[in-house]
Design a protein around this ligand. Structure first.
Ligand SMILES: Cc1cc2nc3c(=O)[nH]c(=O)nc-3n(C[C@H](O)[C@H](O)[C@H](O)COP(=O)(O)O)c2cc1C
Length: 158
C-alpha cells in the first residue's frame, strides 16, 4: 500500500511520531511518505493570517494519515486549514493523530481529533479511530509503539 502522512509540526514532536509510523509501514513492505505542511505568515492558535505554501496532493495514496499538535485545546490551525480544502479522499482510509503536552486526552486531544475527523468525514473519507500521543520533551517509547501498532493494524485491515 502507498501511505501518505501529512503533518504540521512546529517543535518536531508530530514529525517524530510520523517517522515512527512511516518506519512501521516501510519495514513491512509498504511505501509510506511524510509530507510536512510549510507556511508563511503568522502561525498561532486561532490565527488565519498564514498561507500554506505547499499543498500535498493525496490522490496517489491508498490511505492517508493527518497529524499535528494540539494548540490551545484545539487542533493546529494549519492542519485544520489544510483539511478544510481537502478533497479526493472519497472512500479512502484516513486517520488523524495529534501530539500534546498535557497529561489527559480531554485536555485538547479528543477535541482536536474530533474536529479533524469531522473535516475528513465531510470530504467522504473512510475515517478510522484517531490517536493521541503525549510528549513531554519526548514520548513514552512504549506508548508510541502501541499507538503506531494500532494505526498500522487499522490501516492494513481489509
Ligand atoms: C501555542 C501552543 C499551544 C499549545 N497548547 C496546548 C494545549 O492546549 N494542550 C496541550 O496538551 N499541549 C499544548 N501545547 C503543546 C503541544 O501540543 C505539544 O508540545 C506538541 O507535541 C507539539 O507538537 P509539534 O512538536 O509537532 O509542534 C501547545 C504548544 C504551543 C506552541
Amino acid at each position: 500500500m502507498k501511505i501518505g502522512i501529512i503533518i504540521h509540526t512546529q517543535s518536531g514532536h508530530t514529525a517524530q511520531f510520523a517517522r515512527a509510523i512511516a518506519a512501521k509501514f516501510n519495514s513491512n513492505g509498504h511505501e509510506a511518505e511524510i509530507e510536512m505542511l510549510r507556511t508563511s505568515g503568522q502561525v498561532s492558535p486561532g490565527s488565519r493570517k498564514f498561507t500554506i505554501k505547499n499543498n500535498p496532493e493525496v490522490e496517489q495514496y491508498d490511505a492517508i494519515l493527518f497529524g499535528g499538535p494540539v494548540w490551545a485545546f484545539k487542533a493546529s490551525p494549519v492542519i485544520m486549514s489544510y483539511l478544510s480544502q481537502l478533497n479526493r479522499i472519497k472512500n479512502k482510509k484516513v486517520l488523524s493523530f495529534v501530539t500534546m503536552m498535557l497529561p489527559f486526552a480531554w485536555m485538547g486531544g479528543k477535541q482536536a481529533i474530533k474536529a479533524m475527523d469531522q473535516e475528513l468525514e465531510a470530504s467522504g473519507g473512510d475515517v478510522l479511530p484517531g490517536e493521541i500521543l503525549q510528549f513531554v520533551l519526548k514520548a513514552n517509547p512504549q506508548k508510541m509503539e502501541q499507538a503506531v501498532q494500532r494505526i498500522y493494524e487499522a490501516i492494513i485491515k481489509e
